[in-house]
Design a protein around this ligand. Structure first.
Ligand SMILES: [Zn+2]
Length: 195
């Protein structure tokens, strides 16, 4: 990353990127604002949304070895992107059991010895297609289950759990884990019957 390039939404949290193109799904989730840091919602504004999408596509290109076409974001794309973010978060937390079907529009070509794919359309529709494609691929290979939302409600960072038993619930044990464990133990001391 050179100095004139923005970090991805995930990098601004100091969190490792999910691998093999799944980073676009993680980056979308991490555009959300949070109160623990505090950080602004990158999808609240056209300029920050464009920077976030550019950085995310650059990382996706590095991870997948593909050259991404630039996706241009207009103000009209922002509500759809925020809705997509909520939907994807619901999939990961299990809160969106029966979401409406989403349309995936991707051009797939076979080059050399591998498939390349490029989202069709522009703006939010192109982002949605790529996010759906990567979520689908990761779900099939079992890696989507390792993409998690930090259990601290004031945080909500999307992190990739590399632990062997895939048991992590905090994006960072030192910050979110300790804060939440401390709060729980204080609550237990006040009310010993609480679990
Ligand atoms: Zn956290």
């Amino acid at each position: 990353m050179t100095s004139d390039e923005h970090p991805t939404s995930t990098q601004r949290l100091g969190v490792d990127q999910a691998p093999k193109g799944l980073s676009v799904v993680q980056d979308l989730l991490n555009t959300a604002g949070m109160t623990v840091a505090p950080l602004p919602d990158l999808l609240a504004d056209e300029t920050t949304a464009q920077s976030a999408v550019d950085a995310s596509m650059r990382t996706w290109g590095e991870q997948t070895g593909q050259t991404p076409a630039r996706i241009s974001i207009s103000p009209q794309d922002l509500p759809a992107l925020r809705e997509l973010r909520d939907q994807v978060r619901g999939w990961l937390t299990g809160e969106a059991q029966d979401s409406a079907p989403s349309r995936l529009a991707v051009d797939i070509s076979f080059r050399g010895d591998r498939f390349e794919y490029e989202p069709q359309g522009g703006g939010a529709a192109a982002v949605a297609s790529l996010v759906l494609m990567e979520a689908l691929l990761a779900a099939r290979t079992g890696t989507l289950a390792r993409l998690k939302i930090c259990r601290n409600p004031a945080c909500g960072a999307a992190f990739y759990d590399l632990s062997r038993n895939s048991a992590r619930v905090w994006h960072d044990m030192k910050t979110c884990g300790n804060v939440m464990n401390l709060r729980a133990s204080r609550a237990r001391r006040k009310d010993p019957s609480a679990t």
